[in-house]
Write a protein that binds this ligand. Sequence first.
Ligand SMILES: [Zn+2]
Length: 83
Amino acid sequence: MNNLRNAKIIVLAGCAVMWVFIILGLITNLEIFAEIGVGVAIGTGLVWFLRWRCPHCGKFIRKAATDVCPACGKELDWKLFKK
Ligand SMILES: [Zn+2]
């Protein structure tokens, strides 16, 4: 169980779902899709803020393009699939 990897999956899926609803809203001109899209965006943002943290020291990680924690220097496991 890797919290960072789970957070990455949830955030990526949340972004994908958000875009689907935004595009649906643009195509259909129905506000409900835009409202759901905003709800998903807020939910994804919350998961990102709460779970996007170093599993070693619990500090919030601002950037995803780093292999080591900027706060404690320990290795971060972002990989979705092990080689
Ligand atoms: Zn850390």
